[in-house]
Design a protein around this ligand. Structure first.
Ligand SMILES: [Ca+2]
Ligand SMILES: [Ca+2]
Length: 300
């Protein structure tokens, strides 16, 4: 037991004190310990290891200072490498260098209907296809292994925004409830959600029939305006321009598809003018928000 205490003292001494003080710390327990143990402690391999760490840290620091890749950001599927003149550049990552999936939920399904081990494998593969027609058409379709997704019928497509709107509203209310210290919402957003949260007529979270959801949307329409705008603002990030690309939509779409088989069709038809971007107006219309209630200021 005592040996362990000395052992820890040595370690702490090495980590925290200057060399001259270290010797003092090592020597201190010596008066209490038998001579044999003192010798053991003196020769303890941890001291050598600590010394090695010190050296290793210095080497890493030197490398970091000279590494131009450190602050060079590459998009998914690419890694930074330096060329002969030490200039950083992004090159396709070799998919075999991606860490293998540990669980099934890490698999992703591509629009080529192929299951990729992880999203890293997917993006690395997509990168190698850059410039080809196949690469241009390949997107991450959804999270999880590829599976049969039933076709979405017209009547089912109409049900989708009912559930989605209710879900968006509940996500916001939950964020508001948990937001005491986390600052998940800005002050402006909190004020807007507060009105929804405190409204006694609010439909509480839970399973509701489609009739009830439709009725609630009609009756409490105003409560849905902000949640629909808020979700758009969450997704419109790269860049913040009032349009959602396929990639910007992915964080919402990809986990949703395996659960909601109308997701793809819903978002396809949201892009009413088929220019591959979902504008805020298109998004709002998709969720049944009236044109006069679309307000860019609500996103901020
Ligand atoms: Ca955007
Ligand atoms: Ca569009």
């Amino acid at each position: 037991m005592r040996v362990w205490i000395v052992f820890l003292l040595c370690l702490a001494g090495h980590a925290m004190a200057a060399p001259t003080e270290e010797e003092l710390i090592v020597e201190e327990p010596v008066t209490e310990e038998p001579v044999v143990e003192e010798t053991e402690v003196g020769a303890n391999p941890v001291q050598i290891e600590v010394g090695d760490f010190d050296e290793a840290i210095e080497v890493v620091e030197d490398e970091v200072a000279e590494n131009p890749c450190l602050n060079h950001h590459c998009k998914k599927g690419k890694v930074c490498e330096v060329d002969d003149s030490n200039t950083p550049m992004c090159v396709c990552q070799d998919p075999s260098t991606c860490i293998a999936a540990e669980a099934e939920f890490e698999h992703v399904c591509g629009t080529d209907n192929k299951t990729y081990d992880t999203s890293c494998h997917f993006f690395a593969t997509k990168c190698t296809l850059e410039g080809t027609k196949k690469g241009h058409k390949l997107h991450l379709d959804y999270i999880g292994p590829c599976k049969f997704i039933e076709p979405c019928m017209d009547n089912e497509l109409n049900e989708f925004p009912l559930r989605m709107r209710d879900w968006l509203k509940n996500v916001l209310v939950t964020l508001y409830e948990r937001d005491e210290d986390n600052n998940l919402l800005t002050e402006k957003q909190k004020l807007r959600v507060k009105k929804i949260y405190e409204n006694e007529k609010r439909l509480q979270a839970g399973e509701h029939s489609l009739d009830l959801l439709a009725h609630d949307f009609e009756k409490n329409y105003n409560m849905y305006i902000f949640p629909v705008h808020w979700q758009f603002g969450q997704l419109d990030q790269h860049p913040v321009d009032g349009y959602l690309t396929h990639t910007e939509l992915a964080p919402l779409r990809a986990p949703l598809i395996p659960m909601e088989h109308c997701t793809t069709r819903f978002f396809e038809q949201c892009d009413a003018d088929s220019d591959n971007y979902i504008a805020l107006e298109e998004w709002a219309t998709c969720f049944g928000i009236k044109e006069q209630d679309v307000d860019k200021d609500l996103i901020i």
